[in-house]
Design a protein around this ligand. Sequence first.
Ligand code: GCB
Length: 604
Amino acid sequence: MKSIVLLISLLAVIPCAQAQQTDLIANTDGRKTISLDGEWRTIIDPYETGYYDYRYQPSADGYFKDAKPKTKSDLIEYDFDTSESLKVPGDWNTQQERLLFYEGTIWYKKAFDYQRKENTRLFVYFGAANYIADVYLNGEKLGRHEGGFTPFNFEITKLVRDTGNSLIVKVDNKRRRDAVPTLITDWWNYGGLTRQVKLVETPATFVQDYFIQLQKGSRERISGWVKLNGSKLDQKVTVRIPEARISKSFTTDANGSAQITFDAALTLWSPDNPKLYEVVIEAETDQVQDEIGFRTIETRGTEILLNGRPIFLRGVCIHEEAPFRGGRAYSREDALTLLTWAKELGVNFVRLAHYPHNEFMLREADRLGIMVWSEIPVYWTILWENSATLENAQNQLTEMIARDKNRAAIIIWSMANETPVGDARLSFLKKLVEHARSLDPGRLISAAMERHYIDDKTEMIDDPLGEYLDVLGCNEYVGWYDGLPEKADRLEWKTKYQKPLIMSEFGGSALYGNHGDALTRWTEEYQEEIYKHQLAALRKVPFLRGIAPWVLKDFRSPHRQLPGIQDGYNRKGLVSETGVRKKAFFVLQQFYRETAAQNTVGNK
Ligand code: GCB
């Protein structure tokens, strides 16, 4: 009997739940939603008292029960409703000083009422929770999600009540060796419900997802698919692009899927003309709207071609950190500020490092005409031989692509950053490349790799991973970790591949307002000197097709300890953490002005 009770209580708290996680609703913007943002009651639980019992077994009566004493004698040692609160969306670290370094569990509770409607379904959608989220509604476990930067949702149609719903999320941001990312990163481990949370209402059978883009290699043919979810899976589905007078109908199969292809003469999306079309996906039981741009992206030899024409990517790297207030960025305003700073620099391209950024960044990049490199946090050291780590990375890749595959701005999916060459790593990353190509055959695949010297003045890019990529990415810090700024002048760059190269990082640190001569570390002049030498040298690299210097804005990092200079910030920003421009900003801006007209760095 005891063991049955134990089994039931175990089932109540962990594993089965994962199966209930519903496939992602790809475009929540296009449907009826109810925001759950605002104050959530929270319990800081470093010992996970609300999850494990005193034998370290998952407890059947954890905090997720949201229990209240029923009699004056009842013993209940927590109470959400008299606990403190935190704002959602938002990392916890920057909301309370005592949480700045906190890594562990915090429980979140939101109470809500909901008027159930006939023939509708209800989902709870999380933009992101860093890092593991265990989600419960009215005491029942909905499921667990792992990965701090991608969205997930659960269906709650059968569990939701008219009044007094208790939505509880245990968020745990403890770093783990087998996780993605692993124990060390050069950014802050911001924990919590860092992005929007919402209820999404759908008809009984609804348009779950769709992929509507130009077919690879074609500027006139649209190709993709639509997927329904529900009980009436065979339906007529019409894709309309009203402005282009397009209306094409398809029939979904017994699984609710339809392949779609049709010809369309459209104005193509580009940084000069970021044209977006209203696209309507109309099923018999549901309708969703989106704004979609259409463009092609491909490579030919060492060229990158946008809509068939060679381009040079004038970029900058960006972390998802809020301008001015610090902490994780999560709003449209944050996205607009960061991307406007980048635009003022003269970019046509951003590398969103080192994990998928919030959806506003992609939506705004689409509108502003900024091409995007988007990546998953396979960073530095990963447990290459661990199958669960691979599955986790693959899942994060799936979720990134699921959310953003219709954004014209994204031209590159990147698999990894600065990972060490080796067999297990190569086999791991090859699987990610194959996976990305199977989900999205149209975009380019890259990774930020490393280079090495073959003699004292020749830099070589020959990482075996390069063979599987469309575009080579390479991080180098000549002038900062590697010699002094003038060293860049003496180097020649080589690669064994006939592929385009993006210098996906270079730069150096300066504290804004710290001045000295060009050889004094941490001064704006030293950083400026790096940029001058780097840009002059990179002009001479014949296969270079883009640059993304590190980094737009100073960002928090526990790696960066130097008192009076770093104080917990990586200072490689071209602007300070409050957005004040350093001298190097203007050097890069000038370079971009000169090169914009030519669409090349003048190496031919
Ligand atoms: C790198 C990493 C980046 C770091 C940067 C640095 O190579 O990719 O995440 O922040 O160097 O500042 O050292």
